[in-house]
Ligand binder design. Structure first.
Ligand code: FCB
Length: 468
């Protein structure tokens, strides 16, 4: 790939770093429908909870919404060309449920399926492996008016939707992710209220979590029914490793609590068929409405675990035992660096997390489906965008992946978040995560220095294995 070296001779090929990854390691970038597509009212798309949430005063930064976003819906050719230019092996995108089923269930909007069909064909024609996420937070509004994820019916509707999509794309898409970060959907959406649907009801969050897990479990066989035996179905979780700030017994106790809440709440039912002991009692909440057979459905074996990781949690024990969702964290951590999201940069965290997951839950395969950083990037209208801190961030986290592989973790791929700047949920367009800059007024795409750096890494990885 000559692009990198011609345009940015100062970026050295990262041969040493690339050498830590096996020949078939997949390098990609990730996005999500509502964050990039725009075209919110076109071709029969119905409203989603994120349209409604963003339209509610005070919920998103300066009232930003996804109406136009990065206009990806109209710029698929340009964006897939960018992916090819960067040398991506894979692209993780999400499918907007309200494009496929504007009412959430019932009548299918064929134009919605057509859009993703074209996207998949375009990716394949450009040599890029599609990873499709079926739910990245944009629940059709009509389902929310019946309670959303707090209603068990939503899980059944999701399984029907998953099957409809798999029926159409399953002959070409081999990698499926049912849900993105159900912890965030449940807790941020139903308990804290900073994400759609903006509720503040902790019990509803626990119930929603159960129905999200059930939706996943019900969808797995429905997807498999329409894909080849080589295909893979998994789920992506947001996972933040928890560390103890000191060795006091209170800190040990609270670290375990924070782990049960942040990691075990979703990992345990998926991999062990049960919720963490005492979690709901500790939260002073009732168990979710578990029906017979639910936990067996939820723990249906999956082909891979998708891991999204950005930071870590450093817990300091409190005098009295806290609720598991209210453990005390050290923040800011003295001497630490933070991204524009206020998230601590802690590259060893991803490595430690992967080793922990491998030892504690032993997923067959792992993909890091999101990792990246927001910084305040700017473009002068001419050259490229200089983002040395993002380059440093990516290099350090990716180094950790090499170490995890060396320790036996079955890590098969890595997706940087994100391909392009986009609508960062409640933060709107104020936070930029892309390795490609979006000039929103013109929708121009400008590859950032981190994009060139990533392309150089991928090219070094290819060169190593081509010449081997
Ligand atoms: C994750 C989301 C993703 C993006 C990143 C920064 O929690 O899955 O859509 O917003 O955070």
């Amino acid at each position: 790939m000559s692009l990198t070296h011609e345009r940015h001779p100062q970026i050295q090929a990262e041969t040493h770093l690339a050498a830590a990854f096996p020949a078939n390691f997949l390098w990609g970038a990730a996005t999500a429908a509502y964050q990039i597509e725009g075209a919110a009212f076109e071709d029969g798309r119905g409203p989603s909870i994120w349209d409604d949430f963003a339209a509610t005063p005070g919920k998103t930064y300066q009232g930003h919404n996804g109406d136009v976003a990065a206009d990806h819906y109209h710029l698929v050719n340009e964006d897939t060309d960018l992916m090819r230019q960067l040398g991506l092996g894979a692209y993780r995108f999400s499918i907007a449920w309200p494009r496929i089923l504007p009412q959430g269930r019932g009548a299918v909007n064929v134009a919605g399926l057509d859009f993703y069909d074209r996207l998949v064909d375009t990716l394949l024609a450009k040599g890029i492996t599609p990873f499709a996420t079926l739910y990245h937070w944009d629940l059709p509004s009509p389902l929310q008016s019946k309670g959303g994820w707090a209603n068990r019916e939503t899980a059944l509707a999701f399984a029907d939707y998953a099957e409809i999509v798999a029926q159409r794309l399953g002959d070409r898409v081999a990698n499926w992710i049912t849900l993105n970060e159900p912890w965030c959907s449940a807790y941020l959406g139903y308990a804290v209220g900073v994400h759609a649907p903006g509720m503040q009801d902790r019990q509803a969050a626990i119930d929603a979590g159960h129905h999200l897990l059930l939706a996943h479990g019900l969808a797995v066989p429905r997807i498999r029914a329409h894909t080849s035996s080589q295909s893979e179905v998994g789920i992506t979780l947001s996972l933040t490793p928890v560390y103890a700030a000191d060795d006091r017994p209170e800190t040990q106790r609270d670290t375990a609590l924070a782990e049960a809440f942040g990691l075990g709440w979703f990992l345990d039912p998926l991999f062990r068929g049960k919720y963490p002991d005492g979690l709901f009692e500790n939260l002073k909440l009732a168990q979710p409405p578990i029906q017979e057979g639910d936990l067996a459905t939820i723990s249906t074996p999956i082909d891979f675990l998708g891991v999204n990781n950005y930071s870590r949690q450093l817990v300091r024990g409190a005098a009295a035992q806290p609720l598991a969702d209210q453990c005390e964290s050290v923040s800011p951590v003295p001497g630490a660096c933070y991204t524009d999201m206020g998230w601590e940069i802690y590259p060893h965290g991803l490595r430690d997390l992967l080793v922990y997951l491998h030892q504690a839950y032993a997923p067959q395969k792992i993909y890091v489906t999101e990792n990246g950083a927001a910084f305040q990037d700017s473009w002068d209208g001419n050259g490229s965008v200089s983002d040395p801190r993002r380059v440093e961030f990516l290099r350090a986290y990716i180094e950790g992946l090499g170490e995890a592989i060396e320790q036996g973790v079955p890590l098969r791929g890595y997706f940087v978040w994100s391909l392009i700047d986009n609508f960062e949920w409640a933060e709107g367009y104020n936070k930029r995560f892309g390795i490609v800059y979006i000039d929103y007024p013109t929708q121009r795409r400008v590859i950032k220095e981190s994009g060139y750096w990533y392309a150089a890494l991928l090219s070094a990885h290819r060169d190593l294995h081509q010449s081997a």
